[in-house]
Design a protein around this ligand. Structure first.
Ligand code: G6P
Length: 493
């Protein structure tokens, strides 16, 4: 539900009563986005991603403040409180949106960190803007954080903030978490500013990654490129400080998704979805941000060949593909949208029948409720990224399948594959392999499907997002520190 600053949930932020907070999140985005409503008035909407849900409980119990960009607007905005969270909006100028956000973050780092699936562009002006924006966010965090506070910096758009902040405020405990993969040295070293990025991250006490492999890549690079001593997950800096690099795989609010999936309205909506599709026997589903890392093209190709070869019949099977609009001003994203439009059009033209497309394609973003209904409606979820930090969609599907049915086909290159061992795993570069595995999953005995889903549900239930926040903040709280207060995470609800 979009709210506006004039609604009762909002008041001007008075962080911790004296303008400082014991826990500060620094992220590129605020948990809410500034939007223009249909009637032209400005409003707010929850921004995409699970970060907000993950951090909400701990933020509330620690006088938390959140520093971030409210979306595409250029307007200056005052800090405000949204249901107990102090939100501190940071303005990005149009040039900074182009150079820091679309440029260095999403045209350089994003492809570089995702296996160079697309070619990264290296531009010196983009780098300069990245530095400037990181400086501004670090200065704001330095201003807002109480003495000895904990500051938790999030993701690839903010990698210089830890060192900049430590320089300004040596009394703080600083954590950093990278939500996307951290690449092997062979790829990372293409970056002209590789050393600055490593030194930026080393400002943190703990640098968290999704997987142990990312942490190991980082430690190796620090040893090779910066020359610090390392032992296992610990880096020894010349000034006596140590930095720990470790894995903290992120997750979802399992209970929230399960409860949503069980609700009467979601069950009804799931039924409606299947009816609208002509009550097919089998529904396959893909839901992704429209991003070239997600492997949407090979997935659709694999499925269309299975239809063409007669393994699936459009009369009783349909593939629903939802692609959420994303970063639409970046060239590579525009090109991808055109490619997928063309591919889906051709497949439906070749293989569809009246009222029976092979692929039901939506370029749109949906609220959680509709997502849960789609997960409930789908007999099989197909998640095939070329590379993905974690992939929360796979975990959301698992959380929604409370009857222990539904097959998950999952790329071995998604971070989630390390935990969701019982998924039907695929290599998205191997179209024939993917075809065979999709068929295996479609033909599996219900008993086998249930055995796998039950195991995956246990894994996600026991490792949900509150555990993620607890593990990270507990690790940060146990770093020996001269001045630092201890910020303890909220226990699970
Ligand atoms: C990924 C990144 C996040 C980012 C999100 C949405 O999950 O790890 O940092 O916020 O994509 O992308 P956007 O560019 O819209 O913020």
């Amino acid at each position: 539900m979009p709210r506006t600053p004039s609604s009762p949930a909002y008041r001007v932020a008075t962080v911790n009563g004296n303008g400082t907070a014991d826990l500060v999140i620094v992220a590129n985005r605020l948990p809410v986005d500034r939007v223009t409503e249909a009637d032209g008035t400005p409003g707010w909407r929850k921004s995409p991603g699970g970060l907000v849900t993950a951090l909400e409980p701990v933020m509330r119990s620690n006088d938390g403040a959140w520093i971030g960009w409210p979306g595409s607007t250029d307007e200056e905005m005052e800090p405000f409180v949204d249901e107990g969270l102090s939100l501190i909006p940071m303005t990005l100028s149009p040039a900074e949106i182009e150079e820091h956000y679309e440029g260095f973050s999403n045209g350089t780092l994003w492809p570089l960190y995702h296996d160079v699936v697309a070619k990264p562009a290296f531009h010196r002006e983009w780098w300069d803007s990245y530095v400037t924006v990181n400086e501004r966010f670090a200065a704001k965090a330095a201003q807002v954080a109480a003495k000895g506070a904990t500051v938790w910096v999030q993701d690839y758009q903010m990698q210089l903030v830890p060192a900049m902040l430590r320089e300004l405020r040596p009394d703080l405990r600083i954590g950093f978490f990278l939500h996307i993969p951290f690449p092997p040295a062979e790829l990372f070293q293409q970056l002209p500013w590789r050393r600055q990025i490593l030194e930026g991250l080393l400002g943190a006490d703990i640098v968290g990654f999704q997987l142990a492999g990312g942490a190991a890549n980082f430690v190796r690079l620090v040893r090779q490129r910066v020359g610090h001593k390392t032992h296992r997950d610990t880096i020894y800096l010349p000034d006596g400080r140590t930095v720990r690099a470790a894995a903290f795989p992120i997750s979802i609010d399992f209970t929230e998704f399960e409860e949503l999936a069980r609700s009467e309205s979601v069950s009804q909506r799931a039924k409606q979805i299947r009816e609208a599709l002509g009550d097919p026997e089998t529904v396959l589903l893909g839901i992704d941000r429209l991003d070239y890392t997600k492997g949407i093209t090979p997935r659709i190709r694999a499925y269309s060949e299975l239809v063409r070869d007669g393994h699936f019949d459009v009369e009783d099977t349909v593939f629903i593909q939802v692609a959420t609009p994303s970063r639409e001003r970046v060239d590579q994203y525009r090109a991808l949208r055109d490619d997928i439009d063309r591919l889906v059009g051709r497949i439906n033209g070749d293989l569809g029948k009246i009222g029976r497309p092979a692929i039901s394609y939506m370029h749109s973003s949906y609220p959680r409720h509709e997502m849960a209904a789609l997960y409930r409606a789908a007999d099989m979820m197909v998640v095939t990224p070329y590379r993905d930090g974690m992939n929360l969609v796979a975990k959301e599907y698992v959380a929604c399948r409370y009857e222990n049915d539904g097959a998950l086909v999952l790329s071995e290159f998604a971070g989630a594959a390390e935990e969701l061992r019982q998924a039907w795993q695929v290599n998205p570069y191997d179209i024939n392999g993917m075809k065979a595995t999709i068929l295996d999953a479609a033909r599996a005995e219900p008993k086998e499907v249930t055995r796998r889903m039950r195991a995956m549900r246990k894994q996600v239930r026991e490792n949900d997002v509150s555990q993620w926040a607890i593990r990270f903040l507990d690790a940060l709280a146990s770093v020996p520190h001269d001045h630092g207060k201890t910020v303890r995470p909220a226990r699970p609800r």
